[in-house]
Design a protein around this ligand. Structure first.
Ligand code: AP5
Length: 222
């Protein structure tokens, strides 16, 4: 019988490790990773109409207007691969109106993972973060330096990763976070993100494994 696909939301402050954990989750569970930050950065890089509108908001650490982001997410969620493989939503919803858009079309996750990391660690993580524009892999100059000289020569810094912009992103996150959590409180799992990434993943892995096992049991009983 076909396996029931998982539906996962991952949330947390800027640099709490969402993208890093998503890489590991996708590798093991094969879910479709939908990151609004990545989708928006691709639009900016390709200089599309959406990208031109989004850039100024992103560069200032502000949220991009809902109608842009919500249309992008809903259209991605409606594609076939998502229905077959399940989804991993990263960075959305980020406001109560975005959460309401999902509730409106009855899209709810099986689990809402919240990565918890102290503020002072977040700033250091952003300042040291580098991106490989070829593979989109996330590095950190101290914590996870690139594996080869070739990658070191091509990694780039995100335009919103300066100390000042990170502080403003953090403020935006804190303002919005409290309005979303009540909507998912029955599905909320807080994970301590201030540990080596393998340990963080071990906790997430056991949560997802538990849900998959519960699905399998229900199917067996039917
Ligand atoms: P987005 O890209 O979502 O940015 P963010 O939420 O600020 O999160 P980050 O990507 O900065 O961090 P992360 O948690 O993925 O951490 P990472 O794994 O990279 O959004 C960017 C912008 O787009 C927003 O500001 C907004 O303008 C716009 N936007 C996006 N979604 C939107 C929405 N829904 N509505 C409106 N606007 C939206 O890790 C960070 C660093 O730490 C890396 O260097 C990594 O190597 C390192 N690291 C990771 N884990 C560990 C660990 N366990 N130990 C040590 N180091 C670690």
């Amino acid at each position: 019988a076909a396996k029931q696909p998982l539906k996962v939301m991952i949330s947390g402050a800027p640099a709490s490790g969402k993208g890093t954990q998503c890489e590991m989750i996708v590798k093991k569970y094969g879910l479709v990773h939908i990151s609004t930050g990545d989708l928006l950065r691709s639009e900016v890089a390709a200089e599309t109409e959406i990208g031109k509108k989004a850039k100024e908001f992103m560069d200032n650490g502000m949220l991009v207007p809902d109608e842009i982001v919500t249309n992008m997410v809903l259209s991605r969620l409606s594609q076939n691969d998502v229905r077959e493989k399940g989804w991993l939503l990263d960075g959305y919803p980020r406001s109560s109106s975005q959460a309401a858009s999902l509730e409106g079309v009855k899209l709810r996750p099986d689990v809402f993972i919240l990565l918890d990391v102290p503020d002072e660690i977040l700033i250091d993580r952003c300042i040291g973060r580098r991106l490989d524009p070829v593979t989109r892999k996330i590095y950190h100059l101290k914590n996870f330096p690139p594996e080869t000289e070739e990658i070191s020569a091509r990694i780039i810094t995100r335009t919103d990763d300066s100390e000042e912009k990170v502080k403003s992103r953090l403020e935006t996150y804190k303002r919005n976070c409290d309005s979303i959590l009540p909507i998912y409180k029955d599905l909320l799992k807080k994970v301590n993100g201030n540990r080596p990434k393998e340990n963080v993943f071990a906790d997430i892995d056991s949560l997802l494994q538990q849900i998959s096992d519960d699905f399998a049991k229900t199917k067996y009983l039917e």
